[in-house]
Design a protein around this ligand. Structure first.
Ligand SMILES: Cc1cc2nc3c(=O)[nH]c(=O)nc-3n(C[C@H](O)[C@H](O)[C@H](O)COP(=O)(O)O)c2cc1C
Length: 186
């Protein structure tokens, strides 16, 4: 598959088939991620491949945050449990962290590099017949969520990536043509 085809075919996949993702495939995705450009070769990415127990624990942390906004205690309990179970049922999930450099300029470069690594991962997933969904949000800084991942001190969790064989591939989301955002400077 050409890179341009993988770029065109990639979607955020919300539903996966009930099929496992092999360790070889996970390693291929991570291998591609670590080939991303990174200034000063800081290799700032850290990957946590979460098994079912860790996914459940992360889901519980996320579910707890959602449940806090629900007044009805029974509904809150069901929400918490459902989110945890949904996460446990995912075929694969990787938490992605960046090592926090003390220098602000390097921190920004390193964050950018980790996002480039995520793009590599997402595109190679397409080539392997897999789908990905990158997720972010305040939960990434939640101490309980961090503990479920095993994130180390000095690392910032920047994304969770769900991975699996797509059950549905949505249409491409509406995009403006590049010319809308482009200025040709003489
Ligand atoms: C840095 C980043 C963070 C994202 N966070 C979320 C998220 O928290 N929840 C979510 O449903 N999708 C998230 N997405 C997926 C985007 O919503 C998605 O890329 C966008 O809707 C375009 O759809 P597409 O990826 O299928 O082209 C994130 C994507 C990126 C790149």
């Amino acid at each position: 598959m050409r890179v341009s085809e993988a770029i065109t075919q990639r979607r955020s996949i919300k539903r996966f088939r009930d099929l496992p993702v092999s360790r070889d495939n996970i390693e291929a995705l991570l291998g591609a991620a670590t080939l991303a450009p990174n200034h000063r070769l800081t290799q700032p990415w850290r990957f946590y491949v979460l098994g079912p127990d860790a996914r459940y624990a992360f889901g519980l942390a996320l579910g707890n945050r959602k449940a806090r906004k629900i007044e009805d205690q029974e509904k809150a309990r069901t929400t918490r449990e459902n989110v945890a179970k949904e996460h446990r049922a995912l075929p694969a999930m990787i938490a992605v962290a960046v090592v926090q450099n003390e220098n602000e300029e390097i921190r920004e470069e390193d964050y950018a590099s980790v996002m480039m690594a995520l793009q590599n991962l997402s595109l190679v997933a397409v080539e392997l017949g897999l789908g990905t969904h990158i997720k972010t949000g305040a939960v990434m800084a939640d101490p309980v969520a961090r503990a479920s991942i095993g994130a180390r001190d000095g690392e910032r969790v920047v994304a969770l990536v769900n991975i699996g064989v797509p059950a549905d591939v949505p249409d491409m989301s509406r995009r403006e043509g590049a010319s809308t955002f482009t200025t040709w400077v003489p």
